[in-house]
Write a protein that binds this ligand. Structure first.
Ligand code: GLA
Length: 420
C-alpha cells in the first residue's frame, strides 16, 4: 500500500527562519519582524456564525507566517512560496489600488486586511507601502481557514509594525472579516477570524455570535488518551462559488422576514419559513414558479431546521465538553454531520465516506468541519486508533477513485502572535 501523507508542520522557529530567508532573498534586506496566525478546526456549530448562533473552534498548530517591513514605494510588494517543487507567486500593487473588490487574487486576503484595518482604525494610515513575504503550513482549500490565517497574520503585523505594541484585536477581527466580505467577495461569517486571533493553547473557544461573547473551554483530550484526527479530503473546494452564499441568502431572508435577530429566538421558525419560501425562489430576482413551490418550501424548511437544531446541539455539546462527557460529545458531532448532510446539503461523498470510515475505525464522533463542499473531516478517536483509522480512510478513498486524502492530528494552539 502507498504510504499515507501527513500534513507537514514546521516548528515556529523553523517557519520564522524560512519566511525571513524568503524575505531577504526577495527584497535584499531584512524584515522588521515576523508574525504568524493559525488555521482552525471547528468542533461543532457549523453554518451558524452568520445566523447569530454558537460555534466551538480551536486554533491549529498549522500557521501562516508573514515577514514584513515598510518600504517607501507607495506600493505593496508581496511574495509567497507555495507547493513543491518551489514555486513563487508575487504581486506589486499600489496602496491606493487596494479596496472593495480589489485585488481579485489571493493577495486580496492579505492586503484587504491591511486596507480594512486602516478603515477600522486598528492600523496606522501613515504605514504606506510594505514589503511582505508569506509562508504557510495551513493547506489551501482544506476547509481549515488558510484565508483567515493569511488575513490575521498580515493584519496583526501591519498593526504592530508602526505604533501599536498591543494591537486592538477586536478591531483587527472586524477588519479581517471585511477583507473577506468586501475585498475578496466571500460572504463568510467571522468564525475563522475570531479563532485565528483569539485562540488559546489547550483550549477551544465557545463563541456566541448573537451576544458577541466568547469563553475559552479547556480541551485537553490528550489526558483522556484521545485525539482529533483531521482528514483533508483534497476534493476541489471554494467558498467564493455560489453555494455558500446561497445558503446564507436563505437564512438571512427567513431571519429578516420573521423580524428576529437570530432564528434561535424565533418561535416555530421551521414552519414559518414557508411564508418566505412562497415569496422568494432559489434565485431571488425571479418569482417562484408554481411547479417548484412545494419542493422549495421543503428545501427552505430543511435549511432552517439545520440552523435551529445545530445551535441547540452546540449548546448541549458545550455542556458535554465541560462535564467531560466526551462519548456524548462525539454523538453530538455525528448528529451535526447528519444535519449538514441531510438538511443543509453542504457535504460531498468524500466527506461522508471519511466520517463513515472514521466511525467504523472506532471514532467516538466525526463530522465535516468548515464550510463544506469539500475540505476536511475531524474525528474524535482513541489515540491508539488514529493510524489505523487514517489507513482505512485512505484505502476507502482509493477504492472510490477519490483524490488521496492527507492527515494531521489537531492540537489546540495559540492565536496570532509576533514570532520575532
Ligand atoms: C466558513 C466560513 C465561516 C463559517 C463556516 C461554516 O469557514 O468562513 O464563517 O460560516 O464556513 O461554519
Amino acid at each position: 500500500m502507498a504510504s499515507i501523507n501527513w500534513i507537514s508542520t514546521r516548528p515556529a522557529e523553523r517557519a520564522s527562519a524560512d519566511v525571513t530567508g524568503l524575505f531577504v532573498q526577495e527584497y535584499g534586506h531584512k524584515p522588521a519582524g515576523v508574525w504568524s496566525a493559525p488555521g482552525r478546526v471547528n468542533l461543532i456549530g457549523e453554518h451558524v456564525d452568520y445566523a447569530g448562533g454558537i460555534s466551538v473552534p480551536f486554533a491549529l498548530s498549522q500557521r501562516t507566517c508573514v515577514a514584513m517591513k515598510q518600504n517607501n514605494m507607495g506600493a505593496y510588494r508581496i511574495v509567497s512560496r507555495i507547493g513543491e517543487p518551489e514555486e513563487f507567486q508575487r504581486f506589486t500593487i499600489p496602496v491606493s489600488d487596494v479596496g472593495p473588490g480589489r485585488p481579485q487574487n489571493w493577495a486580496g486576503y492579505a492586503l484587504g486586511a491591511v486596507w480594512a484595518g486602516i478603515e477600522e482604525g486598528a492600523i496606522d494610515p501613515a504605514l504606506g507601502g510594505l514589503d511582505i513575504a508569506v509562508e504557510s503550513d495551513v493547506p489551501v482549500g482544506a476547509g481549515l481557514s488558510s484565508s483567515a490565517a493569511l488575513e490575521c497574520s498580515t493584519a496583526l503585523a501591519a498593526a504592530e509594525l508602526v505604533g501599536a505594541e498591543k494591537a486592538d484585536r477586536t478591531a483587527l477581527m472586524r477588519a479581517c472579516i471585511r477583507a473577506e466580505n468586501e475585498v475578496v467577495g466571500a460572504s463568510t461569517g467571522g468564525l475563522d477570524q475570531q479563532i485565528s486571533l483569539f485562540g488559546r493553547a489547550g483550549h477551544a473557544l465557545a463563541i456566541d455570535f448573537s451576544q458577541a461573547t466568547a469563553r475559552h473551554i479547556p480541551f485537553d483530550i490528550a489526558r483522556r488518551d484521545l485525539s482529533i484526527l483531521i482528514v483533508n479530503t483534497r476534493a476541489p473546494h471554494s467558498l467564493a462559488d455560489g453555494q455558500y452564499a446561497a445558503r446564507r441568502r436563505v437564512i438571512d431572508g427567513v431571519t429578516s422576514s420573521l423580524g428576529v435577530e437570530s432564528l434561535r429566538f424565533a418561535e416555530d421558525a421551521v414552519a414559518r419559513s414557508a411564508e418566505w419560501a412562497a415569496a422568494h425562489g432559489p434565485s431571488p430576482d425571479e418569482p417562484i414558479v408554481d411547479s417548484e413551490r412545494n419542493w422549495w418550501r421543503g428545501v427552505v424548511a430543511r435549511r432552517v431546521r439545520h440552523v435551529v437544531t445545530e445551535i441547540d446541539r452546540t449548546e448541549r455539546a458545550i455542556a458535554q465538553l465541560e462535564a467531560g462527557d466526551l462519548r456524548e460529545f462525539g454523538a453530538s458531532m455525528l448528529a451535526s454531520h447528519a444535519s449538514l448532510r441531510d438538511d443543509y446539503e453542504v457535504t460531498i461523498p468524500e466527506l461522508d465516506v471519511a466520517v463513515e470510515e472514521a466511525m467504523a475505525g472506532g471514532a467516538w464522533g466525526a463530522r465535516m468541519t468548515g464550510g463544506g463542499f469539500g475540505g476536511s473531516v475531524i474525528a474524535l478517536l482513541p489515540r491508539d486508533r488514529v493510524e489505523q483509522a487514517a489507513d482505512s480512510i485512505y484505502e476507502a478513498f482509493g477504492k472510490r477513485d477519490f483524490n488521496a486524502p492527507e492527515f494531521a492530528v489537531a492540537v489546540p494552539c495559540d492565536g496570532a502572535r509576533r514570532e520575532r
